[in-house]
Design a protein around this ligand. Structure first.
Ligand SMILES: [Zn+2]
Length: 161
């Protein structure tokens, strides 16, 4: 390679690196913001598009026994939904919901079931919940689930968010 071209090729990455270093030294908070945005993005969107429609549970409807147990562990059959910064919904959870939608590969098992009132079930539809949504649900459940019942959400055996 021609010496001048070679020197230029070598110099280019250094200039870029120096520019980045300079930018960060001037604005150390920029790194914090970028990291925070990436983490928020992962929390909000992390659970999306993981399901495979070709691996659907052959059974879509929860059994009566599963519904009864879902109601019992939810505490007086109450809806398990809670808005951010708000109290838990006070309506009765009459609908057994696949937390991870059946249409995206979520199993029809107790570990993937939550009780919702008709309004919140309709609002959730077949959306795949975010990791943040599931984390909040599991945390709430430790307060109202009976002792010995796992609050863990598993949408397919051994698979969580
Ligand atoms: Zn509700």
């Amino acid at each position: 390679m021609h010496p001048i071209t070679s020197a230029f090729a070598d110099a280019t990455p250094d200039v870029n690196t120096m520019q980045v270093q300079h930018f960060v030294e001037e604005r150390p908070w920029a790194i914090v913001i970028v990291v925070a945005l990436v983490l928020i993005g992962l929390a909000i969107g992390g659970g999306r598009y993981r399901g495979r429609p070709d691996q659907l549970d052959s059974r879509r409807r929860f059994t009566d026994a599963q519904r009864r147990e879902g109601s019992r562990r939810a505490g007086d059959g109450r809806c398990e939904h809670k808005l951010p910064m708000w109290v838990r919904c006070r309506k009765t959870g009459t609908h057994a919901d696949h937390i991870y939608p059946h249409s995206r590969g979520g199993q029809t098992t107790l570990s993937n079931l939550q009780m919702l009132c008709p309004h919140h079930n309709l609002a959730k539809s077949d959306k795949i919940p975010s990791a943040l949504y599931v984390w909040r649900l599991e945390r709430r459940r430790t307060r109202y689930f009976p002792a010995g019942v796992s609050p863990k959400v598993e949408w397919r055996r051994g698979r969580t968010w």
